[in-house]
Write a protein that binds this ligand. Sequence first.
Ligand code: AMP
Ligand code: MG
Length: 412
Amino acid sequence: MNAPRAPLRPLDEALDELLSQARPLAGSESVSTFDADGRVLVRESLSALQVPPQDNSSMDGYAVRSAEAAQAVLAGLPVPVSQRIAAGSAGEPLAPGTAARIFTGAPVPAGADAIVMQEDTEAAGEGRVRLLRAPQPGQWIRRSGEDVTRGAVVLQAGERLSPASLGLAASIGLDRLDVARRPRVALFSTGDELVMPGQVPPERMAPGAIYNSNRFFLRSLLLRLGCEVSDLGIVPDQREATVRALREASAAHDLILTSGGVSVGEEDHVKPAVQQLGSLALWQIAIKPGKPFAYGQVGAAHFIGLPGNPVSSFVTFLLLVRPFLLRLQGASRVAPAPIQLPSGFDWPRPDRRREFLRVRRSDDGSLALFPNQSSGVLTSAVWGDGLVDNPPGQAIRRGDLVAFTPFSELLS
Ligand code: AMP
Ligand code: MG
């Protein structure tokens, strides 16, 4: 007989509880700035210099004193060119009554207060230039420190580094960054029906057998989150072997992640094995897809059991495991904020649970719905480019604003 059904838990409550278990991992590592994309910074980065270091030209052209240049333009007189300053060299102070040939990125010479871009000039014989337009003071000059001032916090602790943050770190001279160490994750699949692609060709699959698809996306999702993954395959079919496999995995991993076998009343070796070795709580989360979810501990390792249905597994990973793994790395921002977009579809019969619908942005800016929202239909997650978070019991009418989160944010 099945145990009485546990009450459904709101997703936010489950996430809060899960995050409260995710104490940031001890230990950090110093990595080359080149290799820090996607990693979480453990301490703030302060700048020891101004960026740009000096006032410099944002155009190819001529550095001038703007008041003198305005007079020369009025009088129609050419101006002598007294020096040439390329990026990487520092010029001399600008001689009165002259212009300096200057190139993008070159420091503005002392005395000059504007750049006349090349397009607003004309050659006027040997060593002279004719200025065609009077410059505004400050024109085409990038100010020292306009990007970063000395002493400023450039990157915050808990920030997940992006390609642009690597560039910014480099711009203040950092060739190495201290980042949280990679979470070590042991990945198991459960289910006697599972067969690995390559093991049996499609035409020889036994009745009832299916290919193990969860293993592929879970591994990729973990890698994208900076984890070191030990893919331990399909859990052995006996209690003792399962206990041994879990005990071994718990010694060397921060998280043991499984998919399948967390439904109510299911025959499965993982649940009793986790209970024997540590603790296990089975949650019924009020979301669709993805209701069953397990959290527990095996020794010092966390244990998370995801549902087996591929879309449930995929969505619960994005909503719960992703924030958990980011928090283990000390990330301050663990979930993207949804954006409001108009629905391009009607959803007249909403579920009593909060739903995460697979949708795609159309050219007109509205959202199109994948026709089959079943938790087994992985095509929906490939066709779709994000999720609509629909509150419990809420019908949607075409044109209503709905909360959309793109996969591009959830998968990074
Ligand atoms: P379970 O959560 O174990 O009851 O599984 C629910 C459904 O998901 C069943 O139809 C399973 O066959 C399927 N399933 C479980 N694990 C996987 C997997 N790794 N890949 C594909 N389908 C799976
Ligand atoms: Mg199963």
